[in-house]
Design a protein around this ligand. Sequence first.
Ligand code: GLC
Length: 446
Amino acid sequence: MAARAPGGLGTQPRRARSARGRAALWLAALAALASGAAGCGPGAEPPGVVTVRLVVWRPDIPEAWERALALFHARHPGIRVVRELGPSSSSELHALLTQKLRNRDRSVDAFIMDVVWAAELALAGWALPLDERLPPAERERFFPAAIEAVTVEGRLYGVPFNTDAGLLYYRKDLLAAAGLEPPETWPELVAHAEAARAAARAAGLPGAAGIYGYSGQFRQYEGLVCNMLEFIRSHGGRLTAPDEPPALAAVAFVRDRIIGGAAPRGALTWAEQESLEVFKSGGAVFLRSWPYAWAVLQDPAQSAVAGRVGIAPLPRFEGGPSTSCLGGWSFGIHRASRHPEQAWAVVRFLTSPEVQRLFAVLAGKAPARRALYADPEVLAANPHFAALRPVFERAVPRPRSPIYPQISYILQRYLHAALSDPASDLPALAQQARRRLERARARLGR
Ligand code: GLC
């Protein structure tokens, strides 16, 4: 199959244009920063020092990055890493990065990539193959799913940094007040949320009147696909067959019992940050989030609920499997980089056991390297990693495709419309989404 940049396949969706619009603003801001900051532009480095420019999201816990980069610079005096901090939303970072890569912007040497981007970046010719640099014996040290996510047509295009899987965070104090254990099924979660809220009100807990039952990510963006994959798969449905009865029933449940039920309608605008904000300020009984939320929730400086939070696998529907969406991030190298050797030194360092340990301890990131799940420091900071390792290992990937961004956009539009209107005609919307998915695949010729 000829490598084709997905940007060239058909007309661009409206939402993608607006994400791109936001990306343009970020680009302008970054350019202004680079030109205004003396010594930051390429070529301004002292003789013998090479600058590696790394595109990455704005971190929740900056300290982990500061520590890692200080270590790197101390060990590699000939390389200076300059980070270009993009938005934390996967969809918006994707728009920013692909705009740069499409322009063959040489100011990008390396980048962080979401598990769902590798096929697109590889087949567009934007990512450097790394097979020789990370031989098979070394790849075995990572979770197989994380390596698979960056392997495209037999070649490796990234090195895994962290793995992600959806988890259920709950307020231990509120469940205990209602005499309840964490829920096993989604209907139970709705009932537990109601009982815990009533118990909080009866006990006169501060803020009890305003506590929501559930917080999650239902904005129209990549995170919505992850949240809905979990509901749909745990009902025996398939994301890419939205019109089949098990998938329809799961979406109907979320529309009727979660949005406007256990969660407020405002959840339709929440991504990771907003949903975490609600929970960490004591505003919800349950939160669906990724492993990193633990470090934030346990930090008394940031969290009003530190010490009162438990973690469990996500609920399922009766007869279905508890399902966590596979997420996670890897580092790749821009094919047009003028400094691939130095970029590799940075990528190798950032994905090393030492740095994955640091990010696990300081920022709660679940390592992509398997051995770290037996590491005392990692387990001391994240005691739940031991019990939840099987959840990480059996996390379910999103579709792997060079046109994943389009597939995701079609699903996001469908799911958001389906959830937003309490009277939505689900079968009709789902059939329309299915036809759009089929057309996108036909355009790709696969
Ligand atoms: C997390 C996951 C990533 C996913 C994103 C969605 O960052 O690691 O895979 O796409 O959330 O919001």
